[in-house]
Ligand binder design. Sequence first.
Ligand code: ADP
Ligand code: MG
Ligand code: MG
Length: 253
Amino acid sequence: MLKIQNLSATVGEGEAAKTIINGLSLEVPAGEVHAIMGPNGAGKSTLSYVLTGRDGYEVTGGAATLDGQDILAMEPEDRAAAGLFLSFQYPVEIPGVPVMTFVRTAMNAQRKARGQAEISAPDYLKKSREVAKMLNLDADMLKRPVNVGFSGGEKKRLEIYQMLMLEPRFMVLDETDSGLDIDALRTVAEGVNALRAPERGMLVITHYQRLLDHIKPDKVHVLAKGRIIKTGGPELALRLEEEGYDGVLAEAV
Ligand code: ADP
Ligand code: MG
Ligand code: MG
C-alpha cells in the first residue's frame, strides 16, 4: 500500500539546505499498523511533512507511492483527495473557518476524487453527531474556527474526528499522543482502532511506548539520522522504552 524507497529530502533553501531524510525505505501493507519511534530530531516529523508536500521540503531522491500512485508528484490537495491523511505534531489554526465547513469541504474533495456525489447536509450532520458522541466532543466545538483557542487535547480529538469523518485510505499520525492525559489518550486510541480495516494502512509516529499499549502495531521501526535503522515487532517498542535508543543506534553502526 504505502511504499517508500530510498527517500532523501532536504529542508531549507539554497546554501542553508540540509539533508534530513537520508535513504529511508519503508513499506506498510494494507491492513497493517506500523509504528515509527526514534530520538528527537531524527526526522520523524520531516517525513510526514515530505509525504504531505509541505512548502520548504524538497525531495532529492527516491520514491513514495500509495497504491502504486506516485504521491510525490501530486499536489498536496490531490494527495489528501487520494486518501492520504496526516495528523501533525503541531496542528494549524484556521481562523474564520468553522470545523464543520472545513471537514465537509475535505470530505467532498475526497468524494469527488472517488467519483462520488457530495455528502448532503443532513447526512453530514448525522455522521458528525455519531462521531462526536464516540469521541466525547462538544457539538459547539465543531462550530468554532479550526483549532483556534483549542486546548492541546481538544486539537488531538479534533484530528481523530476528522479521520473518522474522512475515513482515509492511509493515515500518518505524528505524535498524536504527546501532551495527552490518560483519558484523551484512550479516546485517541479508540478512534484509531475503530479505523483499522483490511483496506486501510496506518503509520503511527510516537516517542513513547504507552500509545502502543492501546494501538497494537504489526511492526515497529526505529528512525534515526533520517533512515530506518531497525524493524521489529511490538517487543522492540518495549525494549526501547527500557533501554533507550543507545543500544539500537550502536548496533546500526
Ligand atoms: P523529529 O520529529 O524526529 O523530532 P524533525 O523531523 O522535526 O525531528 O527534525 C529533524 C531535524 O531537522 C532536526 O535536526 C531539526 O532541527 C531539523 N529541521 C527541521 N525543520 C527545519 C527547518 N525548517 N530548517 C532547518 N532545520 C530543520
Ligand atoms: Mg520531536
Ligand atoms: Mg517530530
